[in-house]
Design a protein around this ligand. Structure first.
Ligand SMILES: NC(=O)C1=CN([C@@H]2O[C@H](COP(=O)(O)OP(=O)(O)OC[C@H]3O[C@@H](n4cnc5c(N)ncnc54)[C@H](OP(=O)(O)O)[C@@H]3O)[C@@H](O)[C@H]2O)C=CC1
Ligand SMILES: O=C1CO[C@H](CO)[C@@H](O)[C@@H]1O
Length: 312
């Protein structure tokens, strides 16, 4: 499996398994099947509500000797209600307990949005905390601490704009090692990707297939796109494989979610597809700045967040 490297030489497999929406009752088997198929990178988050079951999968895989801990690259994310400096370590310890691990490979701040500790999903403005009260730099200091004490090898962020990354670069002793954001040919995020490359920050593309299990009303369908289909037919592969190959050929990490074993193999195989410069150009031309995760769920009247302040 192809990998990219962190500054210290540690590697991350370019293809990972997403686990959002992988339901209790299916996610354990999905992770076991994925690892058996050869996937070595699993993307988790406390908010996905399935880390306990994923932990059972890891425990079984290790006990059966199918892989060892250091064969896997495991990511998780700090939820928005644990942004205070003193909350970061307990949040990560809970994730480690659920995943039955001693350390993570990568821990990310999930969103540049803060909630009150007791509020997981705010219904209105009263559940939020303004960033002036819990500045992102405070949360980032908490991330540095959990890395220093060995609970995670690498630290980074998710859903951060270049301005927010620049702020951490300017104001901290260590910059994020990863930014995980939405990216696919309808929203290629070229500028943000360039920024990350210039600053040696790795870039992970989430929802690379268009978050298809959410059935978003009026959403465009990447699989029906005529350019994607035509390139798929040239390579005798599926549209999903072209979308994954596009992400990998341009130098990003990509984390398609699936609970279907045949798709795990299909997605893994996509990492071997080499796209020509012309094919990459055609796919890059498809950009229409379309977000399947538009962040509007964070904007509540009077909470101080706007789409401009979220993504800008
Ligand atoms: N940091 C963040 O804020 C976010 C992170 N993420 C991460 O990124 C991951 C992926 O994004 P997500 O939004 O889940 O959506 P994806 O774009 O990965 O789409 C997942 C859907 O595609 C289907 N699928 C997967 N492979 C294939 C294939 N080869 N052929 C046809 N259909 C396929 C899956 O079906 P099935 O499972 O039924 O096989 C599922 O319905 C998440 O699971 C999560 O780990 C996602 C959103 C936000
Ligand atoms: O990773 C993600 C999926 O789940 C979360 C909501 O429950 C999203 O906010 C987030 O972007």
């Amino acid at each position: 499996m192809k990998t990219l490297n962190f500054a210290n030489g540690d590697s991350i497999p370019v293809l990972g398994l997403g686990t959002w929406k992988s339901a209790p009752g299916e996610v354990k088997q999905a992770v076991i099947e994925a690892v058996k198929a050869g996937i070595r990178h699993i993307d988790c988050a406390a908010i996905y509500g399935n880390e306990k079951e994923i932990g059972e999968a890891f425990s079984e895989l290790f006990k059966a000797g199918i892989v060892q801990r250091d064969d896997l690259f495991i990511t998780s994310k700090l939820w928005n209600n644990m942004h205070h400096f003193d909350d970061v370590e307990p949040a990560l310890r809970k994730t480690l307990e659920d995943l039955q691990l001693d350390y993570l490979d990568l821990y990310l701040i999930h969103w540049p949005v803060a909630h009150k500790r007791e509020v997981i999903h705010p219904k209105d403005a009263s559940g939020f905390l303004p960033l002036s009260e819990v500045p992102l730099i405070e949360t980032w200091e908490g991330m540095l601490k959990v890395q220093d004490i060995g609970l995670t090898k690498h630290i980074g962020v998710s859903n951060f704009s270049s301005n927010k990354l620049q702020f951490l670069i300017n104001n901290s002793r260590k910059k994020p090692e990863m930014n995980q954001v939405e990216s696919h040919p309808y929203f290629n995020q070229n500028d943000l990707f360039d920024f990350c490359q210039r600053h040696e920050i790795l870039f992970t593309a989430y929802s690379p297939l268009g978050s298809r299990d959410r059935n978003i009303e009026d959403a465009p369908d990447l699989f029906s796109d005529s350019t994607v289909r035509q390139i798929a037919s040239t390579h005798a592969c599926t549209p999903a494989q072209i979308l994954i190959a596009w992400a990998i050929n341009r130098g990003t990490i990509v984390i398609p979610k699936t609970v279907t074993p045949s798709r795990m193999k299909e997605n893994l195989k996509a990492s071997e597809i080499v796209l020509s410069d012309d094919e990459m150009h055609q796919l890059n031309q498809l950009d229409r700045k379309y977000r399947f995760i538009d962040g509007s769920f964070w904007i509540k009247e009077g909470n101080g967040y706007t789409l401009e302040s979220l993504w800008g």
